[in-house]
Ligand binder design. Structure first.
Ligand code: SF4
Ligand code: SF4
Ligand code: SF4
Length: 456
């Protein structure tokens, strides 16, 4: 597509690749697969843009292309996360038109829970154009030609994330995928290490805040009771992290009630890591993040009820919910449904030793052994072996069952155990709440099997 008589068109193949690799931050581990991840026209585009934001007219001039071809290239690169659109273009007045445009071309994830697994193969399906011409499919093209939309080069980190979710990640040999996944985790840790460490330093103060305001909640039904616990925590706004807090099912349902826009996309952690076979189509974006996803032509818009059905289904499938617990002050962004084996935040947290601080625990389980029927459901549900078979057996002969013990130090407060325990033997209590008062809510004749304590 790029004209050979332009300066960029004359650049030799190897020189172009080398320059692109440096500018885009391509990792050495992924370089053998570069041709699967980005094409030559996209490389020329990124090299031409360097660190400038360009309109389509400027891109056309830089590349020696007709405006129509430059528009096509920019839109394709935008859809593939090779370039980004300036945020005000996405969140501002152009959005309704852009969304309508993209409805005709977007890839999607299936709505019905039974079909979410489809995405485990990395295959997105196309959904039909929904018509609607308020924005007109030509809208973005016209604005591009008029030079009103600015684009700038993205990063390899963002591009790989998109590639894994929506494209041919599975075509890379498994051993090399594992190496690239490890590099992704290293990059993820490097990006967030400083903020995580600040959170860890703040944990003692946070605990005393929680002690002063928290109240106990029994969440056998999955319904949360309190959202005001950290509303007045100082200095937290500048220290926001992805997957800030482990939340209970009822809490994320409340977030969905407050959202105006909701969209779902594949979970990049499980696409990249593939350590488990849990569902992949579970990453929920909200409001402006949902609009940005749809604006790129990916993900699928959900109604509130569809989104609630999705989080309940994800919960049944054993996925923990994480989000920013302070969404009421910081705004809605995302709800993640996570496993501990693939999820980069949980994997990073283990390496950084940030349990309790990030993803932050607001609750801890309390096990009432007197009510426990030793069914073992909590042992299967817990990602951290907080509930476990201790080797002892209870009962005689055919009634003998493996004993279930609980170690509160391992609990991250996700509530997966409590909301499926058939005997009501598990309660979730707020971290830092007075143990004796909390315990008295559910202690049976044999009492509680552990101390109530939030880990740091
Ligand atoms: S944070 Fe959780 S839901 Fe989000 S992408 Fe990672 S594992 Fe998936
Ligand atoms: S799920 Fe409930 S009843 Fe079953 S073993 Fe765990 S605590 Fe006991
Ligand atoms: S013990 Fe804690 S971490 Fe494990 S499932 Fe229950 S609430 Fe979640």
């Amino acid at each position: 597509m790029v004209r050979e008589n332009s300066e960029l068109g004359n650049r030799s193949g190897m020189a172009l690749v080398d320059e692109f690799v440096e500018l885009f931050g391509v990792w050495e581990e992924a370089r053998p697969y570069l041709s699967m991840i980005v094409d030559e026209d996209e490389m020329r585009l990124v090299v031409a843009m360097r660190d400038h934001a360009v309109t389509v007219d400027e891109a056309a001039e830089l590349l020696g292309l007709p405006a129509e071809d430059a528009t096509d290239l920019l839109l394709r690169a935008y859809s593939r996360c090779i370039v980004d659109k300036h945020k005000d273009e996405v969140a501002g007045g152009h959005l309704p038109a852009l969304r309508s445009t993209l409805r005709s071309t977007a890839s999607a994830v299936c709505l019905r829970p039974a079909e979410y697994r489809f995405l485990c193969g990395g295959q997105a399906t196309s959904f039909a154009a929904t018509g609607g011409s308020a924005g007109s499919p030509g809208g973005i093209r016209r604005r591009c030609r008029q030079g009103h939309v600015a684009f700038s080069a993205g990063t390899f980190y963002g591009r790989l994330d998109h590639f894994a979710k929506f494209e041919n990640w599975d075509d890379i040999p498994a051993a090399d995928r594992r190496v690239i996944d490890r590099r992704f985790l290293d990059e993820f840790i490097a990006r967030h290490r400083a903020n995580v460490q600040r959170k860890m330093q703040r944990l003692p103060a946070l605990r005393s805040t929680l002690r002063s305001t928290a109240s106990a909640v029994c969440l056998r039904t999955g319904q949360a009771a309190s959202f005001a616990v950290n509303a007045d925590r100082p200095g937290e706004a500048e220290n926001s992290l992805p997957n800030d807090t482990v939340l209970l099912l009822g809490e994320v349902e409340e977030m969905l009630d407050a959202a105006t826009h909701i969209a779902v996309q594949p979970c990049d952690c499980r696409r990249l890591g593939q350590f488990c076979d849990r569902p992949v189509g579970t990453c929920i974006t909200l409001d402006s993040a949902a609009l940005q996803l749809l604006d790129r032509g990916h993900g699928q818009a959900l109604t509130r009820e569809e989104a609630k059905e999705l989080v309940r289904w994800a919960d049944q499938k054993g996925l923990m919910h994480t989000a920013d617990s302070e969404w009421q002050t910081r705004g809605l962004h995302a709800i993640c449904n996570c496993c501990a084996c693939d999820c980069y935040p949980f994997r990073a947290a283990r390496e950084l030793g940030s349990k309790g601080a990030w993803p932050r625990s607001r609750y801890v389980a309390v096990h009432n052994a007197a009510l426990c029927n030793l069914c073992g459901a909590c042992v299967k549900r817990c990602h951290f072996d907080a509930f476990y078979h201790d080797g002892a057996a209870i009962g005689a002969d055919e009634r003998e069952k493996p004993n279930v013990s609980f170690d509160a130090d391992r609990c991250w407060g996700c509530g997966l155990c409590a909301n499926t325990c058939p005997s009501g033997a598990i309660a979730m209590v707020s971290c830092g709440a007075e143990p004796a008062r909390e315990a008295s809510l559910s202690a049976g004749p044999r009492g509680l099997s552990s101390n109530v304590r939030c880990e740091g």
